[in-house]
Design a binder for this molecule. Structure first.
Ligand code: SF4
Length: 333
């Protein structure tokens, strides 16, 4: 896999900021490329400090920690700027994948039964979205690319906490093509739009179709809600990561649970990890941090962990259907 690490841009940024010590944040997928990434800092005579904590998204800026370490700047790799306020001059290097996904998309063509298809991808492959659109057009399929949602930067870009670009085009397409890895995003698109999603993995070439009504997923979430609804003692969890600190949302969830007679506590943590909650004896957790945690990580927790929407279902304030995944909004902060 070849990435564009935009070395010229990094060099200019370090020079313009007269940086002496630079904090460098890398998501786990880019950490094996460390020596290649760091070269530009060393060549510029700038001391790099690898921030080896988590780097889940542009929501997860290590600006405070970097400042405490005396860094002049922060260079954050692998994600697009989502407008999170930062206390240090920060450069985002998206690390786009240079390899074209067209081969994988071509293999998926027999599965693409749609006449008009919504085209979606992550920032890593966004540089190829027009190439994929032209390819589909050449095969008689009309591609539609949605406007970016609140947290994303580019048309057609998806984030696990923002499906905005799917809703803007849902009524104009028969289904979606998602070029990316994992199932989480595709399930979110199916739930947000009620349309089928064909997933093409541009790295492995794998192919999968997510039904417009992902039944297995919904069955598991219903069971999770029932387990939590029987609980008395709740922990509402908010993260201290700047783009996940949804304090206003958390406070509202505490209010709702308390109004229904539950014992409830607001707990703040950097990393929403099961070990942090082991001694509190919560019967259930509610995640007001990253929306992916209660879905992707639920099996790691001993107690049920709900999304904000699922709490309203557990309390009898909303029906289970239509089910919606959690998304981050400005009003949550
Ligand atoms: S909140 Fe979660 S889904 Fe959204 S950018 Fe951060 S890590 Fe990704």
């Amino acid at each position: 896999m070849r990435y564009d690490f935009e070395e010229g841009k990094v060099r200019q940024f370090l020079k313009r900021r007269k940086a002496k010590r630079a904090a460098v944040q890398l998501p786990s997928g880019l950490r094996p490329q460390l020596s290649q990434i760091i070269r530009v800092f060393e060549e510029a005579g700038v001391k790099p400090v690898i921030m080896a904590g988590s780097c889940y998204g542009a929501c997860d800026l290590a600006d405070m920690e970097a400042k405490r370490l005396g860094c002049d700047v922060l260079v954050h790799y692998g994600h697009a700027d989502m407008g999170v306020p930062t206390r240090l001059p920060t450069l985002y290097i998206e690390a786009r994948v240079e390899d074209s996904p067209l081969g994988a998309v071509e293999q998926a063509l027999p599965e693409l039964k749609f006449r008009r298809v919504g085209l979606l991808t992550t920032v890593q492959h966004i540089g190829h979205i027009n190439e994929v659109a032209n390819f589909l057009r050449s095969r008689g399929i009309q591609p539609v690319i949605g406007k970016p949602g609140q947290r994303v930067k580019y048309p057609g870009q998806l984030l696990g906490c923002d499906f905005g670009c799917t809703r803007s085009i849902a009524s104009r397409v028969d289904g979606f093509l998602y070029v990316g890895t994992g199932e989480f995003h595709a399930i979110g698109v199916a739930l947000a739009t009620g349309k089928e999603v064909v997933v093409v993995n541009p790295i492995s070439g794998g192919l999968k179709t997510i039904a417009s009504d992902p039944k297995d997923f919904l069955r598991k979430r219903r069971a999770m809600i029932s387990r939590a609804a029987a609980g008395e003692r709740f922990g509402v969890v908010v993260s201290t990561k700047p783009g996940q600190a949804r304090f206003r949302l958390a406070a509202e969830l505490v209010r709702r649970l308390r109004a229904k007679g539950r014992e409830v506590y607001l707990a703040a943590v950097d990393e929403v990890d099961p070990i942090r909650f082991a001694d509190f004896r919560f019967d259930a957790l509610v995640c007001a941090a990253c929306p992916r945690i209660p879905i992707d990580d639920c099996e790691r927790f001993e107690q049920p962990i709900l999304t904000p929407f699922e709490v309203t279902v557990a309390l009898g304030d909303a029906p289970f259907r239509p089910y919606r995944l959690d998304e981050v909004r400005e009003s949550d902060f």
